[in-house]
Write a protein that binds this ligand. Structure first.
Ligand code: SF4
Length: 250
């Protein structure tokens, strides 16, 4: 069963976190132009059925547009149809991660209202500049579920005033991959985690990246080790609602 849906492929770099984009690297390695934006053969995947019913079964969680950006300008003419499929498949949860946070509002469907229950949108912010540029707008959008993606994290970040609004459910942190990866300092990760602790926000340290600094020492990690190493740190935070409507560590 697939856990991703890539309705279109290809992208244009927009900010510092795109410098060593994985999709660019992969496309170039097979002689494909990553700036060529095309609908994929999977465009209508959410509506497809196989022998045993929906190809994306009810109850699934699906990461959407992982080899592009859902809010890319060049995909404007395809997005209405993509939204329609998301609207029809209410029992599937669609996670959408974007750096084009400032375009989301203009790209929502007409019947969006206060947001759809089956859509979570994650704003990517790789440094303080992008955080401050994107988060006010992100928090003002009508969304049922929001999360923040600091990946690749390229510097120390102060997100506390945004997290303190209580509108961001989860923060994901991670480093950059690839031979030219920019460094990730573990102190930045711990600092962001402290902010999540103080604001009772879920936190997930997803992966170390390929150029990881801990206690002043640099570690070069191959891709297969980056997630297991982050897991070994055991610093994730998960908060659950308690009976009085407050939160406690889960
Ligand atoms: S927005 Fe994402 S997919 Fe597009 S170039 Fe940047 S990192 Fe790559």
């Amino acid at each position: 069963m697939k856990d991703t849906w890539n309705p279109w492929h290809g992208c244009r770099k927009i900010s510092e976190g795109c410098a060593h984009c994985y999709m660019y690297r992969r496309d170039l390695s097979v002689g494909r132009d990553p700036t060529q934006i095309e609908k994929t053969a999977d465009f209508a995947l959410p509506m497809k059925k196989g022998k045993n019913g929906w190809k994306i079964p009810d109850g699934s969680s699906i990461f959407t547009c992982m080899t592009s950006d859902f809010f890319l300008e060049q995909a404007d003419s395809w997005r209405a149809e993509a939204w329609e499929m998301i609207r029809v498949r209410k029992s599937v949860h669609f996670f959408i991660i974007t750096k084009r946070v400032l375009r989301i509002g203009a790209c929502l469907p007409p019947d969006w209202g206060e947001g759809w229950e089956n859509v979570s949108i994650g704003a990517t912010a790789e440094n303080q500049k992008r955080l401050d540029q994107r988060l006010d707008e992100f928090l003002a959008l009508p969304l049922k579920h929001r999360f923040l993606v600091c990946e690749p994290m390229l510097g120390n970040m102060d997100a506390e005033k945004y997290l303190a609004t209580g509108k961001i459910r989860r923060v994901i942190a991670g480093g950059e991959s690839g031979p030219e990866a920019q460094e990730l300092d573990y102190d930045w990760v711990l600092n962001l985690r402290e902010q999540c602790l103080r604001t009772r926000t879920d936190f997930h340290f997803k992966q170390t990246g390929a150029n990881f600094i801990k206690d002043g020492k640099r570690y070069r990690l191959e891709r297969a080790l980056q997630m297991p190493q982050a897991r070994r740190a055991r610093i994730d935070l998960s908060w659950e609602k308690d009976d009085e409507g407050g939160t406690r560590m889960g």
